[in-house]
Design a protein around this ligand. Structure first.
Ligand code: FAD
Length: 380
């Protein structure tokens, strides 16, 4: 009987892990010894970093989306359905259509979502760029903005921890380009006592904000938003006025994880930091935003983790011991505006060290935006 691996979620982590395994097990998949199923609740794959460019009117959304089926190597069967139940004891998942799929190994890559309900008043009072509809709405609001104060609020945890910084730098550039910068006051806020959770990035950002004349405030936790008065009230007891509010609400894990009992209260799955197995489950791997690991929720995290998961599954399916270990590696570009960018690499042991932004790194970032589709296929 064929051995079966089921992947949940056709985002960055799910597609990369499934394609990498299909490449490694080409012969076994062809001969029918191994079956690879990927279950997806959507038929479009969105390159989420593209939303930054869309919100600032620097690109159209079409270039950042592709049909899910196009991204898969032969050998990975796409099942378009939402998963509504996972039974780790009997080793099957159940879909919204009622279809049951048994597995020998399950790979969970169901991602994370912004919780727009977490801050009362957010939906009516704030804009965001973390979903496509929100990014398009923000783009329109920025086009119509006549001047005043743009305030950015951040809730943690959220995916792509550097995106709020990138947004500020790119917004600054866009306002300079359209000769509106002198009419706009930019203000960035962050919930803890520095500008970013990673200290070296916080120090780097402080210097950059001074250069770009972007104001900032730390220990800023939005509690409620009053859309009528255009006021954000904070847990720290402040009332801060805005003319246009941009926010990244705290994230939670996918609904299936929150409701299935697989995750903690916020929907993060207890995951071994090295093996990437779900704690207490020998047949379940977890990668990407869905884990409870204390590392950045980023596409690059999912990328490096997909290498480990595919390698270990290869060995397990061949009856060997899985030996690959994840070291916490993350790589992020940081767009710095004015046609410059920097990058950071870090892992469990080594902190990031942002370098001086350069035009070359910005060009690399733009090139990566195109190369992403190849990385999904496991080519780079
Ligand atoms: C504005 C923005 C900028 C970003 N910039 C960067 C960047 O520069 N660099 C970087 O590395 N990362 C960046 N990211 C973060 C990156 O996009 C995510 O961290 C990455 O996509 C996580 O991959 P994932 O596979 O865990 O989740 P996702 O890619 O979000 O995929 C999860 C998939 O699971 C599906 N799913 C959920 N529940 C079910 C269910 N019940 N049944 C079936 N399918 C289900 C979802 O529909 C989705 O397709 C950015 C994100 C945003 C929003």
């Amino acid at each position: 009987m064929a051995k079966r691996v089921v992947f949940l979620g056709a985002g960055t982590g799910g597609v990369m892990a499934a394609n990498r395994l299909a490449r490694k097990l080409e012969a076994e998949v062809k001969s029918g010894e191994v079956e690879l199923f990927l279950v997806s609740d959507t038929n479009r794959h969105l390159y989420q970093p593209g939303l930054l460019y869309v919100s600032l009117d620097l690109a159209e959304p079409q270039g950042f989306q592709r049909p899910g089926q196009e991204l898969l190597l032969p050998g990975v069967k796409l099942i378009q359905d939402g998963v509504s139940k996972v039974d780790p004891r009997l080793q099957y998942v159940e879909c919204e259509s009622g279809k049951k799929i048994e597995y020998d190994f399950l790979v969970i890559a169901t991602g994370s979502v912004p919780d727009f309900e977490a801050i009362p008043g957010f939906a009516a009072g704030a804009h965001s760029f973390y979903t496509l509809p929100e990014a398009l709405k923000l783009r329109k609001a920025l086009q119509e903005f006549k001047g005043g104060k743009i305030l950015l609020i951040v809730g943690v945890p959220h995916k792509c921890p550097v995106a709020p910084l990138e947004f500020m730098f790119m917004l600054d550039e866009s306002l300079r380009r359209t000769k509106k910068r002198q009419d706009v006051q930019l203000m960035y806020t962050y919930p803890i006592g520095r500008l970013h959770s990673l200290e070296p990035v916080a120090l780097w950002a402080e210097k950059m904000f001074q250069e770009r004349e972007i104001a900032s405030e730390v220990f800023f936790n939005a509690e409620t938003i009053d859309p009528e008065r255009r006021i954000v009230s904070t847990l720290e007891g402040e009332e801060v006025a805005y003319d246009l509010l941009v926010g990244i609400p705290p994230h939670v894990g996918a609904k299936i994880i929150r409701t299935s009992g697989l995750g903690d209260r916020d929907g993060w799955i207890p995951t071994d930091r090295s093996t990437l197995k779900m704690k207490g489950q020998n047949s379940i791997y977890v990668l990407g935003d869905a884990t409870d690991l204390p590392i950045s929720k980023a596409g690059s995290t999912a990328h490096y983790q997909s290498e480990i998961v595919a390698e270990n599954l290869l060995h397990e399916l061949r009856g060997e011991l899985p030996t690959a270990l994840y070291d916490g590696k993350v790589f992020c570009f940081i767009e710095a505006g004015l046609n410059e960018a920097t990058h950071i690499t870090f892992d469990y042991e080594n902190p990031p060290r942002p370098s001086t932004p350069s035009p070359m790194t910005h060009l690399f970032k733009l090139a990566f935006n195109e190369m992403y589709w190849l990385s999904l296929r496991g080519v780079i």
